[in-house]
Design a binder for this molecule. Sequence first.
Ligand SMILES: Nc1ncnc2c1ncn2[C@@H]1O[C@H](COP(=O)(O)OP(=O)(O)OP(=O)(O)O)[C@@H](O)[C@H]1O
Length: 259
Amino acid sequence: MSSTPAVLEATDVWAGYGGPPVLAGVSLTLRPGDALGVLGRSGVGKSTLVEILGGGMRASQGHVTLDGVPVGKTPRRRRKEVKARLRTVHQNGLAGIDTQRTVEETILDAFKEARKAGRTTNNDVEAALAVVGLPIRFVTRRVGTLSGGERQRVAIARALATRPDLLLLDEPLTAVDQSMREEIADDIRALVRADGIGLLVASHDVRLLDRLTDRVLVLADGTFVESGPLRDVLRDPQHPDTQAVAASLPELTGGRPPA
Ligand SMILES: Nc1ncnc2c1ncn2[C@@H]1O[C@H](COP(=O)(O)OP(=O)(O)OP(=O)(O)O)[C@@H](O)[C@H]1O
């Protein structure tokens, strides 16, 4: 494990796809031990933000740095190390995963990659899968034969197996049943807490963010319109998007369910 834990910082980030900007001045900091949610309705720019934070897309203005070095401009000799410190699990859960590999090979590859980057791993495939609720019998399955929800879970297990300082999750567990999702979210939360991993979860799933994060930023109209612990934000929502979410989830705000 590297001696100084990574810090990811986005400052006044703007981005878009040729039309009106999707992100219009977004700033955030993610440190090991943080558990930060980005909440926003579909199409608001959550994936765009995660891509930019992970270095997969460039901001049109503003900058993103990891340990003070612009993301995407890391010197070649440091790229493996940086990749190991900051992991992204994309929405489809399959980016960078060879579907012909078995689940066991996929997790072992992650351990190997982490060791090459100078990180210490426990090499325990069973424990890595248990965090995402996958029993050991999955080890022999090829990733390409798994269901959508199982793939998402393998992608998260693989990312965690590399023992990153920071983990970015874009709409994780969307293909997993609600009941199982909460249990897995609790296990992921416990692991990132124990390991001091900084977690950023972008999602429209409020219940998931309630389980996984300490604090949320609400993304709307290109910027963060609210921030704070999720339940506090929902108790006193300012933006119409947040008000709509709060009205639909009275159990999270202490209110009574709608008649
Ligand atoms: N490659 C692209 N070209 C053009 N427009 C795009 C592209 N990718 C995303 N967009 C648009 O940018 C906006 C933000 O998309 P983004 O995927 O970041 O939102 P999101 O909040 O992650 O949505 P969801 O929750 O549905 O995944 C949307 O209006 C989307 O249609």
